[in-house]
Ligand binder design. Structure first.
Ligand SMILES: N[C@@H](CCC(=O)N[C@@H](CS)C(=O)NCC(=O)O)C(=O)O
Length: 216
């Protein structure tokens, strides 16, 4: 019985998991959730009360797995084709998890803060908070750039860390341009060319019109 993924094609944290699923060629039932539709939101809240996606439902094992990192960890544990997403060596696994956590905390989340501010109504903007978030993203870039050994975050093997990196760098590039971090900019180019990533971006394409890529 295939897993069900509750998601939206434009949602950055969903990209993390979609990349992992496509990398490992794991079959799943995509359940797109429109949070603006009260009935769809209520149905999703019954699955995961926070109503934040992605969420993976594994009916065969009776498990509901929220949080993008945990979903990838789960897939790596139960799907042989996804095993390499988390290195088997404990020290390498710790490094992959560290990069995943740093990217989520210091690039992805502040990027969401910048984007959320663009969606606020006039008079409700928070320029000070946005500048703090941009400073955090710059610090995140400084932190991550020397860690990416290439071609992928952990070297030759594509892992959880790369799944985390693509959505964060893709969207953060519209908040703090990557041009001053040439190694990260080159890494983003390599990521975009990866077939799993190209597929995720192609599926998101029809929805980009709803995303505030620019200020104002
Ligand atoms: N820590 C969560 C973050 C999930 C998250 O922020 N998801 C966003 C989409 S990228 C969401 O559900 N936003 C809808 C909302 O906040 O109402 C994860 O890693 O999965």
């Amino acid at each position: 019985m295939p897993h069900t993924l509750y998601y939206h094609p434009l949602a950055s944290f969903c990209w993390k998991v979609l990349i992992a699923l496509y990398e490992a060629d794991v079959a799943f039932v995509p359940r797109q959730v429109n949070l603006g539709d009260p009935a769809e939101r209520a149905a999703f809240e019954a699955v995961w009360p926070l109503a934040k996606f992605p969420v993976l439902r594994d009916d065969a094992r009776g498990k509901t797995v929220p949080e993008s990192t945990l979903i990838i960890e789960y897939l790596a544990r139960i799907e042989p084709s996804a095993a390499s997403l988390v290195p088997s060596d404990p020290d390498l696994a710790m490094q992959a998890r560290l990069i995943d956590r740093l990217i989520d905390s210091y690039i992805h989340l502040p990027m969401q803060q910048v984007v959320a501010d663009r969606l606020r109504p006039d008079g409700q903007h928070d320029p000070f908070g946005v500048e703090q978030a941009r400073a955090q993203i710059r610090a995140g870039y400084d932190l991550i750039a020397p860690m990416v050994s290439g071609p992928w975050a952990m070297g030759e093997v594509f892992t959880l860390a790369d799944c985390a990196a693509l959505p964060a760098l893709f969207y953060a590039d519209y908040a703090v341009r990557l041009a001053d971090w040439p190694a990260l900019a080159a890494y983003l180019v390599r990521l975009k060319a990866r077939p799993s990533v190209a597929r995720v971006l192609a599926e998101a394409e029809p929805f980009f019109q709803y995303f505030p890529l620019k200020d104002g």
